[in-house]
Ligand binder design. Structure first.
Ligand SMILES: C[S@@+](CC[C@H](N)C(=O)[O-])C[C@H]1O[C@@H](n2cnc3c(N)ncnc32)[C@H](O)[C@@H]1O
Length: 228
């Protein structure tokens, strides 16, 4: 596996952006947010967004347009509530109006066909009419077990006009919940930590992703990035 030299050193963010986050959550979310921003893509689809910790940093700290998707309605509501609290504070501090750059959909990611148009219209808001294709980064932080594979299947199967899912970043978690490996490089039953990370990378390549890279995030979590 990778050693700590791959750790992403990141500058601190305003404390309002990490409101309510445990030190451990902050330790993975902040470098993941920097990594997402480093793609230089303004639109982000955050799958399995949970309480929106990552989304609020991307929207309020990096000024990106973020669409959160999670099947847990309460977590989606919590994302929007905290986002609006942060925005109110920013209005007081900087006199800037709310940016309205966070959108949230309560849906299972498997219902991709139902929410991808909603996400696209959100990303398209306030863009120039002539701008034909929107570049979108698809991210997922601490995706449990097989969810990473499901996300790869959805992204690689998406050929929607008007958007280009050009960048991909995930950090897997709960590896004990991975039932089987998927790439041709391994037998399905060869599940162990090292193989899972290699298998995800192989699977991405098989699904047409390029520039696949595994890196160390923090406190035992790894990220895998790729482009399309
Ligand atoms: C470990 S949490 C990570 C949340 C968030 N990414 C973070 O880092 O704070 C995994 C999230 O994925 C969501 N989730 C799990 N399966 C899902 C599915 N099939 N569709 C949408 N969301 C799902 C859960 O509700 C949960 O919020």
């Amino acid at each position: 596996m990778y050693d700590r030299q791959d750790f992403i050193a990141v500058p601190p963010l305003s404390s309002s952006l990490t409101l309510g986050m445990s030190p451990a959550k902050t330790a993975v979310t902040v470098p993941f947010a920097h990594k997402t921003a480093s793609f230089g893509v303004s639109n982000v689809l955050d799958l399995g967004s949970g309480k929106g910790y990552l989304a609020r940093i991307l929207a309020n700290g990096f000024g990106l347009k973020v669409c959160c998707v999670d099947h847990n309605k309460d977590r989606i509501k919590s994302s929007l509530r905290i986002h609006s609290l942060i925005q109110q504070e920013q209005v007081l501090q900087t006199s800037l109006g709310p940016s309205g750059n966070l959108h949230a959909v309560a849906a299972p990611i498997e219902e991709w066909e139902n929410f991808i148009d909603e996400a696209t219209s959100f990303f398209r808001r306030k863009t120039r009419l002539g701008e034909k294709e929107l570049d979108v980064a698809v991210v997922g932080l601490q995706l449990c077990g097989d969810m990473v594979y499901r996300v790869i299947d959805l992204v690689s199967g998406c050929n929607r006009a008007g958007i280009r899912l050009c960048a991909f970043l995930v950090s897997p978690c709960c590896l004990h919940k991975v039932v089987s490996l998927r790439s041709k490089a391994f037998r399905a039953s060869e599940v162990c930590v090292e193989n899972i990370y290699k298998d995800i990378q192989e699977y991405l390549v098989e699904r047409g992703f390029r520039n696949v890279h595994l890196g160390y995030l923090n406190i035992g979590y790894y990220y895998i990035e790729a482009t399309r």
